[in-house]
Design a protein around this ligand. Structure first.
Ligand code: SF4
Length: 395
């Protein structure tokens, strides 16, 4: 074990295994773009911040850097705007003067930015291996198979796809093709209200995060656990009978966030004993047992707002990605802010965007080269856009 005062202040213990290892059994050769062409500066280069600043200054208004809330502090320092995935994609679209958008986030976010930005704008992901384990849990092939199962059960007409922003462009396109909508963790309730109301759905297939779907259906729409079934793409027919598909109001995809899924009911009980008067504040991607035991539940933007607006002396145990929790603690030394888990847990794919990759991408742009451009197939982009536009019309 190593000692890290900043992490100890959050109530967590640093270990040599500082990041959650995702996809431990996966074939490493299947990872997208792990190698970067050209010279990647060494992480130990003391000149990285100066080089990033110089390249950014040389590019001027031609580059716009987006930083997701879960990014590291040294990368966030170079972001022109910070936010959640949808806010960032919208911000990119609102800056047509920037021909290069450097997205410090993960792959599905860069895809959304490419869909929403103009044709002359290039979206760059500094490390192509920055994927998302949740988004990868629903492939286009699996989702088409699930739709076939729903068709076989004779209930496709009354089934509306609602897909979380944290999904690939292919899943967003599936959603648009079948008259559904995208949602974020901020508007999932409104998306489900629309699907069951104006859209006239009898049931929703919710992709790919089962926890956000279940928590929203139960806590916001008053459904019960019995209204929800889980479609497991690794089992024939999703592991569900035709009657189960027909009777369900929510068909939840068996996907989850590997970071938020780590928090347990025991974490909640333990922190309440350890920090008297603490308020447990969690993201709705957490498991049902955690969300139902928490004091406050909401999106990343909501979590930031609650902590920012709380009076001095407030105490929070926050259940979301550790980079953000650490930043909130640093910003509010007059409040007690601890991490909900006792062990360190960063999102390993978000952390792939580091200073060497940022410098490498910016210096290439300054030389007139574009590296790691993310482009979405035009037909996929058209249907994805339809589902995204549907979300924008939600009341
Ligand atoms: S925090 Fe979870 S949902 Fe977000 S990028 Fe990481 S794995 Fe994906």
């Amino acid at each position: 074990m190593t000692t890290n005062p900043a992490l100890e202040r959050l109530g967590v213990t640093a270990s040599p295994l500082a990041m959650l290892l995702l996809g431990r059994d996966a074939d490493p050769g299947s990872e997208r773009g792990v190698e970067c062409p050209g010279d990647l500066p060494p992480a130990a280069d003391p000149d990285l911040a100066r080089r990033a600043a110089a390249a950014k200054a040389a590019l001027g208004d031609d580059v716009f850097i987006l930083g997701h809330h879960y990014q590291r502090d040294d990368v966030i320092a170079f972001a022109d705007v910070t936010g959640d995935s949808f806010k960032l994609a919208q911000q990119a679209a609102a800056r047509p003067a920037a021909s290069a958008i450097v997205f410090c986030g993960v792959h599905f976010m860069a895809e959304s930015a490419d869909i929403l930005t103009a044709d002359h704008q290039r979206v760059i992901l500094p490390d192509l291996a920055a994927g998302c384990s949740m988004a990868d849990m629903a492939t286009a092939e699996q989702v088409e198979q699930a739709w076939d199962d729903i068709l076989d059960a004779g209930v496709a007409t009354g089934t509306v796809p609602v897909s979380y922003m944290n999904s690939s462009a292919a899943i967003k396109a599936f959603t648009g093709r079948h008259g559904g909508t995208i949602c974020t963790s901020s508007n999932a309730e409104r998306a489900l209200d629309w699907a069951f109301g104006e859209r006239g759905g009898q049931r929703v297939i919710f992709l790919p995060d089962q926890h956000l779907g279940r928590n929203t259906a139960i806590d916001k729409l008053g459904m019960s656990e019995a209204d929800c079934v889980v479609y497991d793409p690794r089992r024939p027919g999703g592991g569900l009978s035709r009657a189960q598909l027909r009777d369900a109001r929510m068909i939840l995809w068996r996907g989850h966030c590997s970071v938020h899924g780590r928090f347990t009911r025991e974490c909640v009980d333990e922190v309440r004993e350890r920090v008297p008067g603490v308020q447990v504040l969690v993201h709705p991607e957490c498991r049902r047992e955690v969300v139902s035991a928490a004091d406050l539940v909401g999106s990343t933007e909501y979590i930031i707002k609650v902590v920012d607006e709380a009076p001095p002396g407030s105490s929070f145990a926050v259940g979301t990605e550790l980079n953000l929790v650490q930043r909130l603690a640093n910003r509010h030394p007059d409040k007690t802010i601890v991490f909900l888990d006792r062990t360190v847990c960063f999102c390993s794919t978000m952390n792939r965007i580091d200073m060497p990759h940022l410098v490498w991408a910016l210096e290439a742009l300054a030389r007139g080269e574009t590296v790691n451009r993310i482009t979405v197939d035009p037909e996929v982009a058209t249907y994805s856009r339809k589902a995204l536009d549907q979300m924008l019309t939600l009341p």
